[in-house]
Design a protein around this ligand. Structure first.
Ligand code: IMP
Length: 203
């Protein structure tokens, strides 16, 4: 087990992926052939991301159902998670008597009441901290944060998201809209990039 255990305000830091877990072999999954040799392993397969996202959507519905919320998507790494999370919330709204009226924004932010910030990955937390400062300046009634991945980075002092998909080791991951110099956004699984992949797509 890793040395640092993350906790969100709600108590659950998401599914914990240990530092010493080697990941799934790439042979077990399909992925774009042009990335052969560029990846080390699959950390979170696409199906698991979707199942976990569905559960986060249910948690969000339970907490925020009937609130009018603005979903703020942090580009570009957060767009796939945001799109899938919003889809799952919509599906739950259709199949229950509770609904969340939602508007999705990407950059613009005015004076909103309830804001759900959706981020793909949180590393040191500096980006999220700066964003929260910006959003808080508009004095919304409520701010919640959903992060698909939170890295176990030493000395991370930032506030953790209220909704966490997975807590992962401090390694550079790509896929599911997370990129390395704009590559790998077309990969469905979340994978660890290989050293040769880093060299190949180095700027
Ligand atoms: P932070 O400010 O250190 O929390 O970093 C957050 C931002 O860095 C994310 O929004 C990503 O754009 C980028 N980032 C950090 N780690 C990774 C990674 O493992 N893969 C892809 N992007 C990452």
């Amino acid at each position: 087990m890793a040395g640092i255990v993350l906790q969100t305000e709600g108590g659950s830091g998401g599914i914990v992926i240990d530092d010493d877990w080697p990941g799934y072999s790439l042979e077990l999954f399909s992925y774009p052939a042009h990335y052969a040799g560029d990846l080390e392993c699959v950390v979170v397969p696409h199906g698991v991301i979707m199942d976990r996202t569905e559960r986060l959507a249910r948690n969000i519905m339970d907490d925020l159902g009937d609130h009018d919320i603005v979903v703020l998507c942090v580009l570009k790494g957060g767009y796939q998670f945001c799109a899938d999370l919003v889809d799952k919330i919509k599906a739950l709204s259709c199949s229950s008597d509770r609904t969340i009226p939602m508007r999705v924004h990407f950059i613009r932010l005015k004076s909103y009441l309830n804001v759900l910030i959706v981020e793909g990955i949180i590393g040191t937390g500096k980006t999220l901290k700066a964003l929260l400062k910006h959003v808080e300046a508009f004095k919304p009634k409520m701010i919640k944060v959903a992060g698909l991945l939170v890295k176990r980075v030493p000395h991370n002092t930032a506030r953790l998201p209220h909704y966490v998909g997975f807590e992962i080791p401090d390694r550079f991951v790509v896929g599911y809209a997370l990129d390395y110099n704009e590559y790998f956004r077309d990969l469905n699984h979340i994978c660890v990039i290989s050293e040769s992949g880093k060299l190949k797509y180095k700027m």
